[in-house]
Design a protein around this ligand. Structure first.
Ligand code: SF4
Length: 361
C-alpha cells in the first residue's frame, strides 16, 4: 500500500541562477496542456491507495493561474485522502494571492512551503531572485488569518560573498515569522546552471561549517530532525519522512520519481515527450541489498537515525552483520544508544563522508 504522492508542477515565472530542478518558463497554453496529460498519467498509474501525504512541488505550483489551480485540484480529487492527510503545496511569495490561498483552503491544503531563500540583496542578486520583506510578512499574516497553521520556509546559505552577519539577519527574519518548519540548504553549484557556467566559486569549507553551526545554534528552539530540516513539535514533514524512511511513493509529472514495488522510476524531463504521454524515462529494479543500502543512507540523514528493531522487522537481518557498524562507532562516526543507530550531532556536518560507507559497490 502506497501512502505518499508527489505531484510535479514544473513552471516558474523566473528562472533562478542555481536551479537544477526540472522547470520551464510559465506559458499559459503549455500549462493547460500539461494538466491534461498529468491527469492521464495519474489515472493510468494510481491504484486507488489511501494517501497520508500529498506534496505538490515544482517548479512553482503557485505560478499557475486560479483556473489552472482549480483544474489541478479537480484532477487530484481522484486521489483518496486519509482523514489526517498532510497536503502540501509549494509557493513563491511573488505569485501567491489571497484568492489562491482561499482556493488551497477550499481543496484541503493544510501545509504551505515557501521558497524564501534569502532577504539579503547580494544573495538575491547572485541567486537571481527577488523578495520584499514587507510582502513576505503580509503573505504570512494572510495565511494565518485563513487558518494555515503549518508553514515551511526554505533558506539557502553559503552564497558567494555572503557573510555570517548576512546569514544571521536572514535567520532572525525567518525566526520573526514564527513558522512551524524551516529547511536550510547550503548552495550547491550544479552543472548546467547559470552559476556553474559563470564559473562562480564555492565559499570556503571553513565558512560553510561556521554557517551550519550558526544555523543549528539560532534554530535551537526547533527540533533539528534531519541534516537540513528543523521543526516545531509535531510539525516534521511527514511527506519527506516517507522518503527518509525509504517507503514507497508515487511521483507524477515531468521529471518526477516514484518508488513502487522495489522499482525506482524516473519520469522524462522532456516536455515534448511528456505531452506525448511518454512519461517514463527509465527505472531501476532494486534487489534486497540495494533496498537496504537506501534504507541506511536515507535513514541516517535523520538525527534519530535508524531503529534497530524496525530494521530487523523490515529486513529480517541484523544490521551489525550487514555493515561494519562497530568500526564506525569506534571511530566516533556513529552512536548506538541501545535502540537506535545514528550520526552524532557534531558529525552531522560531515554526514556525506559517513554515508559513503553504506553505498553498495
Ligand atoms: S523558483 Fe524554484 S524551481 Fe523555479 S527556477 Fe527558481 S529554484 Fe528553480
Amino acid at each position: 500500500m502506497i501512502k505518499s504522492c508527489y505531484i510535479h508542477i514544473p513552471f516558474c515565472d523566473n528562472i533562478c541562477s542555481y536551479c537544477d530542478f526540472c522547470k520551464l518558463f510559465y506559458n499559459e497554453k503549455i500549462v493547460d496542456n500539461y494538466l491534461l496529460h498529468l491527469e492521464k498519467e495519474i489515472k493510468n498509474i494510481y491504484k486507488n491507495d489511501l494517501l497520508d501525504t500529498i506534496y505538490i512541488g515544482g517548479g512553482t505550483p503557485s505560478s499557475l493561474n486560479l483556473k489552472q489551480l482549480d483544474k489541478l485540484f479537480n484532477i487530484l480529487s481522484i486521489l483518496r485522502k486519509s482523514d489526517n492527510i498532510e497536503y502540501t503545496i509549494e509557493c513563491n511569495f511573488d505569485n501567491i494571492s489571497i484568492e489562491k490561498l482561499k482556493l488551497f483552503k477550499k481543496y484541503g491544503i493544510n501545509r504551505l512551503s515557501f521558497g524564501l531563500e534569502s532577504t539579503i540583496k547580494n544573495n538575491l542578486d547572485v541567486l537571481d531572485r527577488k523578495i520584499s520583506k514587507t510582502n513576505v510578512k503580509k503573505v504570512i499574516k494572510e495565511c494565518r488569518t485563513l487558518g494555515f497553521n503549518n508553514i515551511n520556509i526554505d533558506l539557502i546559505y553559503a552564497i558567494p560573498n555572503e557573510t555570517i552577519k548576512d546569514l544571521e539577519n536572514d535567520l532572525d527574519f525567518v525566526l520573526s515569522l514564527n513558522v512551524e518548519h524551516i529547511s536550510t540548504y547550503s548552495l550547491i553549484i550544479e552543472e548546467h546552471t547559470k552559476l556553474f557556467i559563470n564559473n562562480v566559486k564555492y565559499i570556503s569549507e571553513e565558512l560553510d561549517y561556521k554557517m551550519y553551526k550558526l544555523i543549528c545554534d539560532k534554530l535551537s528552539n526547533y527540533n533539528h530532525y534531519e541534516i537540513s530540516n528543523f521543526a516545531k513539535n509535531g510539525y516534521y514533514s511527514r511527506h519527506n519522512m516517507c522518503y527518509w524512511r525509504n517507503n514507497n511513493y508515487y511521483g507524477f509529472g515531468l521529471g518526477a520519481s516514484s518508488y513502487i514495488l522495489n522499482r525506482r522510476i524516473n519520469n522524462t524531463r522532456s516536455i515534448t515527450k511528456y505531452l506525448a504521454d511518454k512519461y517514463i524515462l527509465d527505472y531501476e529494479k532494486l534487489n534486497k541489498s540495494d533496498i537496504i543500502s537506501y534504507e541506511m543512507i536515507l535513514g541516517l540523514r535523520l538525527i534519530e537515525g535508524i531503529n534497530k528493531k524496525s530494521f530487523l522487522k523490515k529486513y529480517n537481518k541484523d544490521i551489525y552483520k550487514l555493515f561494519n557498524i562497530k568500526k564506525l562507532i569506534n571511530d566516533g562516526l556513529l552512536i548506538d544508544n541501545g535502540t537506535n543507530i545514528y550520526i552524532p550531532l557534531d558529525k552531522v556536518y560531515i554526514s556525506n563522508e559517513i554515508l559513503i560507507n553504506f553505498i553498495k559497490e
